[in-house]
Design a protein. Structure first.
Length: 961
């Protein structure tokens, strides 16, 4: 009796802990929606409480609507499953297949025709109404057509390869996954190849896709009918109500993802507008991926065959249709892996819901214009193939060969990130070898990734003379520098070299893990204790089965997950790259999968039997609804995207919405006025930089460095006579220069032109006139005659102060070294006996030396008399302040460089605000104007040293100052 009572108590304790694990994310959801901590919900502040009630009411209503619609959708979903099972028993005749294929081909042609006619990014920019609705429908249809083309071509190729495989690999879902990635890879190879030979066009794309669409119905039926006859007529299994509800949530999130990531043409992302879309547009217009204008994006996007095909057929704004297919394929991969790990369809569908919620919620992972979703798809495909495909077939069988083709393309397209895939495959092969399992197919998969990467390097060198631009410090010393410089110049390359563009070894940091592994999203569902309990469960399970080695305790799927996770963890720990956090979307998916498995293991360990099943079902329902609610509240543009889909908001108005979110609405408004005035052919070059939609729209947008090259003679353009520099810019076709003189948020001088002889006082007024001005925004053009209006006096005066950095030099390493030298002189005899309070006798001399250094740096490069007069007043105040500091704190134990620099920066800001006003002082005291191009073009000698310093960078990890 006592033992039974003790077991009952343990059981109820376990159930209580399980309920606590389930309810914690629910309370976190309520707190997030209310935007307050739980105790704050009951305060008496009417404003906060009313806002909290409003958001809580909205979230509750949304959750109830989703749940109610899921209840009503259960019937149609169950009927559709029954209808599909019955339809597969009655094979359609060849006539129906041909008619279906013709309908798909006609729909694809009509969609492309409509997108070309409407021109979302060009002539249809301001159109709305029914015409916009039709264009949006055509764009949405494109997502299905790309997916169907990929599955059809992949299935055709898979059947032609030959070689039998185990029945487990012939399941419909696995055939669909393998066919999709194989077809997408083949289209990637074809699209990239046609673009490299400058033959990519609408007609070539139609020639590649129409046959696949014609035979798509036959391919789909062949895949769906490949399961056993008993599975065809199998009725919905026990517990299918929960599965149907999760399927409904998946449909909701898939539709929501389609709306906010594909239909919405204006995501809030900076470098998308100035880099990606310019390259897509150029390839779509010319049919060639060979770099000419946007030179460096060739290294990143030359292999994005499907992206380039979409840009050539529907325009640059249609490329998210490709990423959407990869996002759904990733969800399918996760579903299949979790089905193997948990052996429960409900948990597998739950993982699918969370993956779609991650894409819909996470702003970094949801930018479908870029390649992050496609790379995450290939990363998860690598995991799936290593766990479920390669161990079950020989290296010469069709599934293995198809996997090699996919991974070779991944190595070609994702050159640098493919190292993660290669490392994961080799690590997985080592684990399999330790378990004495077959490893030949896995090793050949790693060889395929490496072969694709080598081919990518060879292609880069053949076209540009440079193996790759990441990491630039590694590849520049062995590049054909003369050929590269003669074709593209060195301005952009020197920028990347100065910024140490690419992989910074041993620069990773712990705070990086949270965004890289999406812990902010995942921690809402999976507390850390769940992972601890899961590991305990794995150990207990291992000991119970008599397996003391980890290799025997884990199944092949967990092998693959841990291999890829370990490589990713090491990469995040040792390497810093500009877009790593955005690239590692799949890292969050890995944690998500482990979290699902861990949650199921924890609940099974704590509460078994019927209570455990009830708690698990409640957890799945609550977490699934939370994923939907979080997604709807995470995207501020959801309402705008809905209005755009309904034809109410044009693309132009959507761009305005994106500009508002990034704080550059005034810039977009000004440049829209500019295009209306100067037309669409003139080239406008950006002198100041603030990323946003204005770089792309209105077309042809703004050109800027380092995306675009200024030619091969940058030393002459910057350091030569102003007349020669002007002629060089005119030869580049540059007619207008845009600059924001006093930017509100940011907007540094971001062009070598700003530091050339053309922008020196006197030369600026002689060569330029104002074409259009709106507040502090200027459009400059070439002065044709003396009768052209002169430049405003403040333009040259403020530009000189910004160019010279007269008030922002405290962040420069050279000046900081001078401060260190001055402080080093604080020695010798002291005025007292206590070393912590006594002052050095030469403190006044040190203060005088530092004041002289401040004056020398402040007046360097300043010629305008009005500026010199203002700086003289500021310098006098700085002299007095430094003298006071050294007299009052003249102790080496008190005065340190950081404290002194902060005091000096504060005085500079205060004095500048008195002379120039708060807005201008904020701009003049920021160091951003000189941290990019100014240090490159400080002198011809500096330019020469920088261009030849890559070997020093490789050896020492630092650039010469």
């Amino acid at each position: 009796m006592g033992a039974r009572g003790g077991n009952a108590w343990l059981r109820w304790i376990g159930i209580a802990i399980a309920v606590a694990l389930v309810s914690r994310p629910l309370w976190r959801m309520l707190a997030d929606v209310w935007q307050a901590d739980i105790p704050t919900l009951f305060n008496s502040e009417p404003g906060a409480l009313s806002e909290g009630r409003r958001r809580f009411g909205s979230a509750t209503a949304l959750a109830l609507i989703i749940a109610a619609l899921g209840w009503f959708a259960a019937g149609p979903l169950r009927s559709s499953r029954t209808w599909l099972a019955a339809a597969l028993q009655r094979p359609a005749g060849p006539r129906a297949g041909i008619l279906s294929g013709l309908a798909l081909a006609a729909g694809f042609v009509l969609s492309i025709t409509e997108l070309h006619r409407f021109d979302l990014g060009g002539s249809g920019l301001s159109d709305s109404g029914a015409a916009l609705v039709v264009a949006v429908i055509a764009k949405v249809a494109l997502t299905g057509f790309w997916a169907l083309c990929s599955v059809s071509l992949g299935n055709f190729a898979l059947n032609r390869i030959g070689g039998a495989s185990k029945p487990a690999l012939q399941a419909p879902l696995r055939q669909t996954i393998l066919s999709f990635f194989l077809g997408a890879s083949l289209y990637g190879w074809l699209g990239a190849g046609l673009a490299l030979v400058e033959r990519l066009s609408v007609w070539s794309v139609l020639a590649m896709t129409l046959p696949a669409l014609l035979f798509a119905p036959a391919a789909i039926f062949r895949i769906l009918s490949s399961q056993t006859p008993t599975a065809k007529v199998e009725m919905p299994h026990r517990g299918s109500a929960l599965v149907l509800f999760l399927q409904w949530l998946s449909l909701v999130l898939a539709a929501y993802l389609l709306l906010v990531r594909v239909v919405d043409p204006a995501p809030n992302d900076g470098d998308l507008w100035e880099h990606y879309l310019h390259y897509y547009s150029e390839v779509g217009a010319t049919g060639s991926s060979i770099p000419s204008g946007v030179w460096y994006h060739f290294f990143l996007s030359k292999g994005a065959g499907l992206f380039l095909m979409s840009a050539a057929t529907g325009g640059a704004l249609t490329v998210p249709t490709v990423s959407y297919g990869f996002a759904l394929a990733t969800a399918a991969v996760v579903f299949d892996l979790l089905r193997v790990l948990t052996r429960r369809p409900a948990w597998a569908w739950f993982g699918c819901v969370l993956v779609l919620g991650l894409y819909a919620t996470d702003q970094a992972s949801g930018l479908f214009f870029k390649h992050h979703a496609s790379f995450s798809g290939y990363a998860m495909f690598t995991l799936w193939a290593a766990a479920l495909v390669l161990p079950r077939c020989s290296p010469r069988q069709a599934p293995a060969i198809a996997t090699y083709v996919c991974l070779a393309y991944a190595g070609f397209h994702f050159l640098v990130p493919s190292a993660l895939l290669l490392g994961a495959l080799l690590g997985h092969a080592a684990l399999l070898a330790a378990k004495r399992a077959p490893v030949a197919a896995t090793v050949w998969a790693g060889v395929a990734v490496g072969a694709g990467a080598v081919f990518s390097l060879a292609t880069n060198h053949a076209v540009t003379g440079l193996l790759n631009d990441v990491p630039i410090w590694l590849f520049w010393p062995i590049a054909d520098q003369e050929r590269f410089a003669a074709r593209f110049g060195t301005s952009g390359l020197l920028f990347f070299l100065a910024e140490r563009h690419g992989l910074g070894l041993f620069d990773g940091s712990v705070p990086f893990f949270e965004p890289a592994f999406r812990w902010a999203y995942l921690s809402s569902f999976f507390p850390g204790i769940v992972f601890a309990l899961a590991m305990a469960g794995f150990v207990l399970n291992s000991l119970r089965r008599g397996r003391t080695h980890m290799a025997g305790a884990l199944n092949p799927v967990m092998f693959a997950i841990f291999s890829l996770a370990a490589v990713t963890f090491a990469f995040a720990w040792f390497v810093r790259a500009p877009s790593t956090a955005r690239l590692l979307v799949y890292a969050g998916i890995l944690v998500l999968m482990v979290g699902v498995v861990a949650t199921r293991a924890a609940l099974s360990l704590l509460a078994g039997g019927r209570p455990g099943r009830l708690i698990a079902g409640a957890a799945i329902v609550i977490f699934g609804i939370r994923a939907c609610v979080s997604a709807f509240f995470a995207n501020p543009t959801f309402g705008s995207a809905l209005s755009h889909a309904a034809g109410e908001k044009s693309v132009a108005r959507m761009l305005v919405t994106a500009a508002k979110l990034s704080g550059n609405e005034e810039i977009l408004h000004f440049l829209t006025s500019v295009r209306e005035r100067i037309g669409g052919d003139a080239v406008v070059w950006a002198i100041t930089h603030f990323p946003g939609p204005h770089y792309f729209s209105p077309l042809p947008g703004l050109r800027s460095e380092p995306s675009y090259s200024l030619g091969s003679r940058m030393d002459e353009l910057v350091f030569g006579p102003a007349d020669r520099a002007a002629e060089a810019l005119k030869r580049q076709g540059i007619t207008y220069l845009y600059l924001d003189l006093i930017p509100e948020i940011e907007g540094p001088l971001f062009s070598a032109i700003a530091f050339s002889s053309l922008f020196q006082p006197g030369e600026l007024e002689r060569h330029f006139t104002v074409s259009l001005r709106e507040g502090n925004q200027f459009l400059l053009t070439w002065r044709i005659s003396a009768a052209d209006p002169p430049l405003p006096e403040e333009l040259g005066r403020i530009l000189e102060l910004r160019r010279s950095g007269a008030l922002s030099f405290t962040a420069e390493s050279g000046f900081q070294s001078l401060v260190t030298s001055c402080l080093a002189r604080l020695g010798g005899r002291r005025t007292g006996t206590d070393p912590s309070t006594s002052r050095c006798e030469n403190a006044s001399d040190a203060a005088r030396d530092l004041a002289r250094a401040v004056r020398d740096r402040m007046f360097a490069g300043v010629r305008v008399q009005a500026n010199r007069d203002a700086l003289e007043q500021i310098a006098a105040a700085i002299d007095t302040g430094l003298a006071d500091d050294f007299l009052q704190y003249g102790s080496a134990s008190v005065l340190d460089r950081q404290w002194l620099l902060e005091r000096l920066s504060l005085r500079l800001s205060r004095e500048a605000e008195r002379r120039f006003g708060a807005d201008l002082a904020k701009v003049l005291t920021r160091a951003t104007d000189r941290i990019h191009f100014a240090r490159m073009y400080a002198s011809p000698e500096r330019l020469h040293v920088l261009a030849n310093s890559a070997r020093r960078v490789m050896k020492r990890g630092v650039l010469p100052e």
